[in-house]
Design a protein around this ligand. Sequence first.
Ligand SMILES: CC(C)(COP(=O)(O)OP(=O)(O)OC[C@H]1O[C@@H](n2cnc3c(N)ncnc32)[C@H](O)[C@@H]1OP(=O)(O)O)[C@@H](O)C(=O)NCCC(=O)NCCS
Length: 190
Amino acid sequence: MIQTNNFACHNIHLETERLKLRPFKDADFDIAIPFYRDPEFLSAIEESPPDKPITKEYLKKAGKFMRDSGFLFAIVEKASGRTIGEVCLQWMNLDRAKIEGEKIMRLPIGIWDKTLWGKGYGKEVVRCLMAHAFEKLEIDRFCPVDVPVDNIRSRALWQSLGLTITREVDDGEILDYEITRSEYERIYLK
Ligand SMILES: CC(C)(COP(=O)(O)OP(=O)(O)OC[C@H]1O[C@@H](n2cnc3c(N)ncnc32)[C@H](O)[C@@H]1OP(=O)(O)O)[C@@H](O)C(=O)NCCC(=O)NCCS
């Protein structure tokens, strides 16, 4: 693991038109807690939300899992300087989505403040991290997985970026999306 002074243990800084992606810090969990206590955000981001109020320890446990299997970022709004969400470019950890000999990544994302949903921020973040994954990390396939069929925003996000449904799980309750390297190059690098 790279020596850093941040929770995420990496030093990658990326930028889009309106956002910055920087390594996730311990203090970011404190900012996240009130948003995780909003039932609408919690049920969108967590497959099985806990009954008890979300604590920093709970978020750190999930955060550790993500940072140990990928690159965990805080999403910062440039105009306000506010930290508005989290995203992890994560190596594929589900057997059903692994392919022998391929480098595959998934991408859990949450914009904490729901007043900021639907403004194109999610798309900006994912576009930027897809480029990093395909063009710098040289992945073969990008596969956001475990998308609840009723999460309209998440589904619209993946679809708007050219991803397609590759698999239905749990009788169609859960969807896995993907874009292959050749599709990515056709859409984005021509
Ligand atoms: C899912 C999430 C990351 C999407 O980010 P966002 O900033 O709200 O989405 P964007 O504004 O970038 O929209 C992306 C696309 O989805 C479409 N979209 C957004 N909200 C929509 C809605 N409610 N209904 C239909 N389409 C919608 C947009 O029009 C856009 O498509 P377009 O570029 O073709 O017009 C964000 O809403 C979020 O963090 N939600 C809570 C956590 C969550 O659900 N995470 C995913 C778990 S699987």
